[in-house]
Design a protein around this ligand. Structure first.
Ligand code: TMP
Ligand code: MG
Length: 218
């Protein structure tokens, strides 16, 4: 399913383990682009504001217990409920910066023991990102960062598994070396920001001419 359109926005995704600095970099990129005249929005998954998102929030805060498969499907549904709005924004020329997506969805569930193919299926056919900035940080380094351990998945052994599965998912993508930008998250915020801005500006230019695809993992 390819939608042909000119001058669409770019779908810029940040992925990585907890405490890798995704939200910090996503916000800095958003501010940079906004201040330089781009039409841009910042999105984050899980989107905890929707009805589904509130259940997810309760689960992550350890207030609520849910079957591993049930919560996996809720994370996926939380993306699907946003697809129409995301698609319309991209087609209208707005660049979307997205903080976590289906790669997180699969990595955390597989790290808990679910089957990889089973986990990918519900997200199959979502909009595909134009770039994946993978903020790479070891679990040892993450553990030392402020706030680690507050939510359900913030445990060193789980994060180590999650990191490996992110790399497996990278290999699964077509043309993964141009789609994925692996960034060492153990650098200064400003150094990372500079690299991310450079790649993003080039990408935004390129996306004006590219069709938008809803073919994730197809
Ligand atoms: P956050 O820290 O970025 O708000 O994400 C909350 C947690 O939810 C984080 O540990 C990663 C996890 N997660 C999933 O397990 N599945 C998903 O689909 C997403 C988006 C996040
Ligand atoms: Mg977190």
């Amino acid at each position: 399913d390819t939608i042909n359109i000119n001058n669409r926005g770019a779908f810029i995704l940040f992925e990585g383990c907890d405490k890798a600095g995704k939200s910090t970099q996503a916000k800095k990129l958003f501010e940079y682009l906004k201040n330089n005249g781009h039409s841009v929005e910042l999105w984050k998954f899980p989107d905890r504001k929707t009805t589904i998102g509130q259940i997810i929030n309760g689960y992550l805060a350890n207030d609520k217990e849910l079957d591993d498969k049930a919560i996996h499907l809720l994370f996926s549904a939380n993306r699907w409920e946003c697809m129409k709005d995301m698609k319309n924004l991209l087609l209208s020329g707005t660049t979307l910066i997205v903080d976590r997506y289906a790669y997180s969805g699969v990595s955390y569930s597989v790290a808990k023991g679910l089957d990889l193919d089973w986990c990918c299926l519900p997200d199959r056919g979502l909009l595909s990102p134009d770039i994946v900035f993978f903020m790479d940080l070891t679990a040892e380094a993450a553990e030392k960062r402020g706030g680690f351990g507050e939510e359900r998945y913030e445990k060193k052994s789980l994060q180590e598994k999650v990191r490996k599965i992110f790399y497996m998912l990278k290999e699964k993508d077509n043309d993964s070396d141009s789609l994925w930008k692996i960034l060492n998250a153990n650098q200064s915020v400003e150094m990372l920001h500079k690299r991310i801005v450079e790649s993003s500006l080039k990408l935004i230019e390129k996306c004006h001419q590219l069709p938008l695809k809803d073919d994730l993992w197809k």
